[in-house]
Design a protein around this ligand. Structure first.
Ligand code: AMP
Length: 206
């Protein structure tokens, strides 16, 4: 059993797990679509922003540490995020796969995720970017701030988050293009339309 058994199990991981990254600037609709895709394909939705907001709500040590940085719309440190992601994935050992939403946001995070995937004998199948014109993004972000009362979304903070996306996160497009797993999907239209385009990309991933 031992050797052959474990190599079969490893092979299973890489063949059957489905790991996706939802990529794009804030306001692009990643959260909504990532949640739907995760439900539809029976995957674990990992939204680092949601996890951090919950830590703040519960006033944990981590929450207290990240509160001010998040309120300014800046990035929480790579070390904290990488640890958070590893702990979150470790809680779902038998999962069919993950939909990462809001992670990675820096090159260091992307490299750490690659290493983690290798250690688990898994891989990221696709990095899916939702494309939305910038004016539409700003409109959506301002509306969301009003509707959901998101305290991290004042106009100043929204602009800051978009600049940080341009400077730190956007360069990851090249990183994933080099791996041949980057794909863009139009993020305008109804939630249904976008979901259906996403399913087409995911179903044709091989
Ligand atoms: P989000 O809901 O994904 O827009 O994230 C909200 C905020 O959480 C961001 O503006 C950051 O302050 C923080 N955050 C979430 N994910 C990350 C990440 N991968 N790296 C650094 N900071 C993050």
């Amino acid at each position: 059993m031992s050797l052959r058994g474990s190599s079969d199990a490893e092979k299973r991981n890489i063949e059957t797990m489905l790991n996706l990254i939802f990529f794009g600037p804030p306001g692009v609709g990643k959260g909504t679509q990532a949640a739907r895709v995760a439900k539809f394909y029976n995957l674990i939705h990992v939204s680092t922003g949601e996890i951090l907001r919950e830590e703040i709500r519960l006033q944990t040590d981590l929450g207290m540490k990240v509160k001010d940085v998040m309120a300014r719309g800046e990035l929480v440190s790579d070390d904290l995020l990488i640890e958070l992601l590893e702990n979150t994935c470790a809680k779902h050992k038998g999962a069919r796969g993950f939909v990462f939403d809001g992670f990675p946001r820096t090159l260091r995070q992307a490299e750490a995720l690659d290493e983690m995937m290798k250690r688990q004998n898994c891989k990221v199948a696709k990095v899916i970017a939702l494309d939305v014109p910038e004016e539409e993004l700003l409109r959506r972000l301002v509306n969301r701030a009003i509707e959901q009362g998101r305290t991290d979304d004042t106009v100043e903070v929204i602009k800051n988050r978009l600049i940080i996306y341009q400077n730190y996160t956007k360069p990851l497009i090249d990183f994933y293009k080099k791996q041949g797993i980057f794909v863009g999907v139009p993020g305008v239209g109804t939630i249904e339309d976008v979901f259906s385009s996403l399913c087409t990309v995911i179903d044709n991933r091989y």
